[in-house]
Write a protein that binds this ligand. Structure first.
Ligand code: GLN
Length: 505
């Protein structure tokens, strides 16, 4: 019987012949079918995945060189283009659209031997926090408690890892869509620095915030995949030219030092002296009235424990907290209203069937029929905040907030290596609980949108179990491009603490 623990162990098993890529694919296809009620996948590419597995098995037998993701079975969010496959961002407006090219991440994964098993369900155009904005495919269920939401917008990508429906998955994170569902589902979710990963082939929501992120069950797996998909891409002018460190190698090296002592990597990848981490907790974040009291006390206890382990942990004041959700929703809806104007029914996707619709009714009808409620709300809101007369009052102000936040963040990281917050103020809520109150839904993004506003990396680690039975995590953030440090810190925590145990399905 196939079982999966990590890329490393799986590839060892492939090498020694105890397992085939075909076994892995069959295992996941079987589970996807059995657990179809979770609604995690929008499309499963069974035949192709099996063919790729067979080819990889053959190549390995012939002794041909294998890639870093050799045989790794990966699911991708339905906003990431996979050549000649449908991609719809969960929207009717993109019905019957097939991508004519690969997203850069997909191309890089395939080049390294990955097997793409399917597209994963999400909120329409990645707008949402519960996967309930799903007019075409319907909502995804949280496998720990199907009455509850899996989080969003990358709900399918989180549940795919939670329920072992693939080894690793990709989501996108504009304001928390990787970290928040990871938190709700009890898995790991990493959003890298803005510009670390090319956005070419990612359907845009808010371009200055969007970043592809990774879901997995252990830090080393995240590091391996991050290393493959990071780096400059001439198709995305915002992708960074910075060198991609050997993320996974660093962790293996330190895996030994963690057990031997306290050595760790410094940000540039060289071993540093035995230094404790300098960790900042944001006081206003922990005191926020929307934070579940149990989460608050567990995080404070955790901080105390980190202090006992020798780390420097300080609660610092962060009086900008109340500005970040409004700033986020003004700026992202503004960008969305512009990005989504391309969906007009002229060249591809949904087009109104009304033969009478002339200009400009044609656009009106096509877009009214094609977009769901939440997407329409955001296009309207975004158009409003950009309109003459309101631009200064909303858009410009929000941009100022973003700038001030960026400056403040830089200062914090002069003194600290890591910022720790809860990932979400509550555990996964019940389906329907917030879906009629958009503002309540937006406010739940309190802790995650910050990293996107300032472009820093963040990770959610599933360290705790609530007395209500649901998982919850902590969010760790570092300064821009310090993923190595973030992964190392996460690795150490995951080694030292007993993390949430996902029930077997
Ligand atoms: N929940 C946030 C929103 O609705 C984040 C979404 C995302 O990161 N894609 O905008």
């Amino acid at each position: 019987m196939f079982s999966y623990t990590s890329i490393h162990d799986y590839q060892e098993a492939l090498k020694n012949g105890s397992v085939l890529c075909r076994d892995a694919v069959l295992y996941y296809l079987n589970r996807i079918q059995r657990l179809a009620w979770l609604n995690a996948y929008t499309r499963v590419y069974s035949q192709e995945a099996l063919e790729t597995a067979d080819r990889l098995d053959r190549e390995r037998r012939e002794g041909r060189e294998s890639g870093r993701l050799h045989g790794v079975v990966i699911g991708i969010k339905d906003v990431i283009c996979y050549k000649d496959h449908p991609v719809s961002a969960g929207s009717k407006i993109l019905e019957n659209f097939h991508s004519p090219y690969h997203a850069t991440v997909v191309e890089r994964m395939i080049r390294e031997g990955a097997i793409i098993i399917g597209h994963l369900n999400c909120d329409e155009f990645a707008m949402g926090s519960s996967n309930e904005n799903a007019p075409v495919f319907g909502r995804v269920k949280n496998a720990v408690d199907p009455e509850r939401v899996p989080g969003g917008s990358s709900g399918g990508s989180a549940v795919a890892i939670q329920a072992s429906l693939c080894m690793l998955s990709l989501g996108s994170d504009t304001g928390g869509s990787v970290r928040q569902p990871a938190d709700f589902c009890g898995v790991l979710g990493l959003k890298p620095t803005y510009g670390r990963i090319s956005r070419y082939g990612l359907i845009a929501y808010a371009s200055s915030f969007d970043q592809i992120g990774i879901f997995g069950r252990n830090v080393t797996d995240l590091a391996v995949l991050l290393e493959v998909i990071s780096g400059f891409d001439r198709h995305d002018a915002t992708s960074s030219k910075r060198e991609v460190p050997a993320y996974a190698e660093g962790l293996t090296f330190n895996a030994q030092s963690v057990t031997q002592g306290d050595d760790r990597l410094s940000v540039n990848g060289h071993q540093s002296s035995k230094k404790p981490y300098r960790i900042a907790l944001l006081k206003e974040a922990l005191d926020h009235p929307s934070l579940d009291p149990e989460i608050r006390s567990r995080i404070r206890e955790f901080a105390t424990d980190l202090r006992l382990k020798g780390h420097i942990v300080e609660e610092i004041s962060f009086d900008l907290l109340d500005f970040i959700v409004p700033a986020y929703y003004i700026l992202t809806t503004a960008e969305a209203s512009s990005n989504l104007s391309r969906f007009d029914g002229v060249r591809y996707g949904h087009r109104t069937a009304d033969p009478e619709a002339g200009f400009p009714d044609f656009y009106l009808k096509t877009r009214s029929e094609g977009f769901g409620m939440e997407v329409k709300r955001r296009i309207l809101l975004g158009t409003f905040v950009l309109s003459a007369g309101y631009y200064e009052a909303y858009f410009s102000q929000a941009q100022k907030v973003r700038k001030i936040l960026t400056e403040r963040t830089k200062l914090i990281f002069n003194d600290f290596d890591i910022i720790l917050t809860p990932t979400v103020p509550t555990t996964a809520f019940k389906s329907g609980e917030k879906s009629t109150d958009p503002v309540a839904m937006y406010l739940a993004d309190l802790y995650t949108v910050y990293a996107n506003l300032v472009g820093i990396p963040g990770i959610s680690l599933p360290l705790f179990t609530h007395t209500n039975g649901m998982p919850f995590g902590i969010q760790a953030m570092t300064y821009q491009f310090r993923e190595l440090s973030l992964l190392q810190f996460s690795y150490e925590l995951m080694q030292q603490y007993k993390s949430y145990e996902i029930p077997t399905l």
